[in-house]
Write a protein that binds this ligand. Structure first.
Ligand code: HDE
Length: 709
């Protein structure tokens, strides 16, 4: 029997070491039944004669089929489609002044984590790229037990009280009579709920913005949403909001692109995360906290316990206190990503709750849902859910119990076991709830301080750039355009006129609704620059570049470009008419990564078209090439063309590309983010200019010339 009362210090390997005891490698082993019996035949069931009926006696067949019949468990009621990875977290500086949480003290400690990213509305098999909120749930395996930060990629929520959560989810999920539409909010019941519950206004603005279409899980923020509480050793509390900030910046896809991706690669976001980790491009997120002193609780023009409100970063700065690195993919999706069980109530000393009514309800729901999803109360014993801190209590039995608790005593207090296990004092790391003073009458109502549903929705709108605003208008037009009930469309226009009359008028114009009667704009004129994605980090790191080339491509130019692009962290992949190898003008072969049949521009961040007469002719002969370039242009992506490759720009109908041949000494932009050069050598600086353009993410100025999407 293990004597593990002493808590051991945690390091990056702690969780992995624990998981190792459960890993099995079947390679090269002999096949057995679940009872360990070696099996000699696995292709033919036991029959009465070769053409006769199968016999009940065939225990191997029955066991194999029974297990298969039960391989699925209920999917999560929300956040069913997710993808996870392992990593570690390190704090930058001791947070002793604010919290006693051990994992936030020592910068040399690497606390193991598992993160699961998810979409909310769709089923397990739905597409990654849909308009939806993304879950961002982190389990920290700390020396004091598991701490779960179960957040989203948006900092607010649709509703203020957990009582309404089942209603909200019923409204956004596929409609119950026909289970349509899958993974979409563009339908009547969602918009009926929105327009009947105006507290949704702020979150709906976020959901209609580009934040709903992340380019990558590695390029989105995470938020704890609720106001939590830090508590230090002296028992002093601070209100706190949690943030994850991606080092690659916050970037999104465009709407036309996500719809195409849903067909071309439904696994776009999960594949991106998996590939990044496999190639050593470990996703990194800085951890930030916004803190408010307890005595300042009522200093703001919003209620800090209201989950439909942000604390504007300009008012309450985000203090960056640590970093998380995701560096290991799972061994088994089901065992880890599917079976992980998060719960906002999994806390450690130094982190506590507030009276946010949404959070309070969540504290009930998560363990409850695991009972049916994971089949009983022992889900904490599943390897991915096990705490690395030792577990001792008087809980016993239940479905799938693994632990063999010894001895007759399973109660406290007791005399037979010397009162063991005995509660720990606070000094010994025992969790003690924050002694917040609470008084009041029992009442089913909401505080008046939660009643302003529109000011921060306007703040969000005011903070958007012109392009982001246009995307929001387009999103409303699309979503409401799918709503069959005319009255709901009109109600949406009228409701959002309280956010902005300009927004409502532009919505109305696209969906056959009347302009709103309300013409007096919101009194909120403030904006928060931190909310606009235009102000985010811009870097070329890990961006995927399609290198379009055919036989006879300019060998020196392309090998130079491939080298330079990789040197700045770009990920070039060769796309040609067919798979295999192509040969350059100097006779050297180049392996093709994708054929035009399997690759589409939506899978890449940028396109580079190589020079070479024969290469350009081969590419021009396949009509898919022009579509590829045109689509990249329509999605505002960087396009670079060299020498004869420039002819593909003209074939794609990109204005300005046909006018004369490009000069040999510079890389002029013939349109924002479209570079055309005669040569790509060092002197011209083509690769440098190209990488700088890719780092911009998208070239929105083009929308003035092409159609806005
Ligand atoms: Fe959740 N939520 N939620 N939620 N939530 C679940 O728990 C719930 C809310 C979030 O990758 C469920 O294990 C209620 C806010 C994430 O496994 C369930 C309310 C935020 C995940 C549940 C909320 C979240 C969940 C379904 C309103 C952002 C996926 C399966 C009171 C702060 C975690 C499960 C994973 C999952 C309940 C609102 C984030 C049913 C009742 C706000 C990231 O228990």
């Amino acid at each position: 029997m293990k004597k593990d009362d002493q808590r051991e210090p945690i390091n990056e390997q702690s969780k992995d070491k624990q998981l190792e005891t459960y890993r099995v490698d079947d390679t090269g082993q002999k096949l057995t039944t679940n009872q360990g019996l070696r099996v000699s035949e696995d292709e033919h069931s036991l029959k009465a004669g070769v053409r006769g009926p199968t016999l009940m006696e065939d225990f191997h067949f029955r066991e194999k089929m029974t297990h298969f019949d039960h391989e699925r468990i209920p999917e999560r009621i929300v956040h069913a489609r997710g993808f996870g990875a392992h990593g570690y977290f390190q704090v930058y500086e001791p947070m002793t002044e604010y919290t006693k949480a051990k994992f936030l003290q020592d910068p040399s400690v690497k606390t193991p984590v598992f993160v699961r990213f998810s979409t909310v509305a769709g089923s397990r098999g739905s597409s990654d790229t849909v308009r939806d909120v993304r879950g961002f749930a982190t389990k920290f395996y700390t020396e004091e037990g598991n701490y779960d930060l179960v957040g989203n990629n948006m900092p607010v929520f649709f509703i203020q009280d957990a009582m309404k959560f089942p209603d909200f989810v019923h409204a956004v999920k596929p409609e119950p009579h026909n289970e349509i539409p899958q993974a979409q909010s563009a339908h009547d019941t969602f918009w009926d709920f929105v327009t009947s519950n105006t507290e949704t206004a702020h979150m709906v603005m976020w959901a209609m913005s580009d934040r709903s279409l992340p380019r990558s899980f590695r390029m989105m923020e995470g938020f704890g949403v609720h106001t939590f509480r830090f508590v230090n050793e002296q028992g002093k509390g601070h209100f706190v909001k949690f943030h994850w900030k991606p080092l690659l910046g916050v970037h999104s896809l465009v709407w036309d692109e996500v719809q195409k991706l849903a067909g071309k690669d439904p696994d776009f976001n999960r594949r991106d995360l998996w590939d990044a980790i496999e190639t050593g491009n470990y996703p990194e997120f800085e951890f930030g906290v916004q803190m408010i002193k307890e005595e300042d609780e009522f200093m703001f023009d919003f209620d800090i316990l209201d989950p439909t409100k942000i604390w504007p970063e300009e008012q309450v700065p985000v203090k960056i206190i640590g970093k998380m690195t995701l560096n290991r993919n799972t061994d088994n999706f089901f065992a880890e990503t599917e079976q992980i069980a998060f719960h906002p109530g999994h806390v450690v000393p130094g982190i506590d709750f507030t009276n946010d009514p949404l959070l309070q309800g969540r504290l009930f729901s998560y363990t409850d849902t695991q009972l049916s999803r994971l089949g009983g109360p022992n889900f904490h014993e599943i390897p991915i859910n096990r705490s690395v801190a030792p577990v001792h209590n008087n809980q016993r039995d239940g479905m799938h119990r693994m632990t063999i608790n010894r001895g007759p005593v399973s109660y406290h207090k007791n005399s037979l076991a010397g009162n063991s296990p005995e509660p720990a004092s606070e000094k010994e790391g025992g969790y003690a709830h924050y002694a917040e003073k609470v008084e009041g009458r029992k009442i089913q109502a909401r505080s008046d301080s939660f009643k302003d549903h529109f000011s921060q929705a306007t703040l969000f709108w005011n903070s958007m750039s012109a392009v982001e605003k246009q995307h929001i208008v387009n999103a409303f037009r699309f979503e409401l355009g799918k709503v069959k009930t005319k009255e709901i469309r009109q109600r949406a226009v009228d409701m959002f006129s309280q956010v902005s009359v300009d927004l409502a008028k532009r919505m109305a114009a696209g969906i056959g609704a009347k302009a709103p009667e309300n013409t007096s704009d919101s009194r909120v004129t403030l904006s928060s620059p931190a909310l606009s994605q235009m102000n985010t980090v811009k870097t070329p790191l890990t961006r995927k570049v399609a290198v379009l080339a055919g036989n006879g491509f300019r060998g020196k130019e392309v090998s130079g470009m491939l080298q330079s692009l990789k040197a700045v962290g770009l990920v070039p992949e060769v796309v040609s008419v067919q798979l295999g190898t192509i040969v350059c003008d100097g006779g050297n072969p180049l392996e093709v990564d994708h054929s035009l049949l399997t690759a589409d521009s939506v899978l890449f961040d940028a396109v580079y078209i190589a020079g070479g007469r024969q290469s350009a002719d081969e590419l021009l002969a396949d009509s898919k090439t022009a579509d590829f370039v045109k689509e990249a242009f329509q999605h505002y992506k960087t396009i670079g063309a060299v020498g004869e490759g420039v002819e593909l720009l003209a074939a794609a109908g990109i204005a300005g590309s046909a006018a004369g041949s490009p000069p040999a000494t510079a890389t002029p932009e013939i349109q924002p983010g479209v570079l055309a050069a005669e040569r790509a050598d060092e002197a011209v600086g083509f690769s440098r200019d190209f990488a700088a353009a890719v780092a911009q993410h998208r070239h929105w100025d083009r929308s003035l010339q092409s159609q806005a999407r």
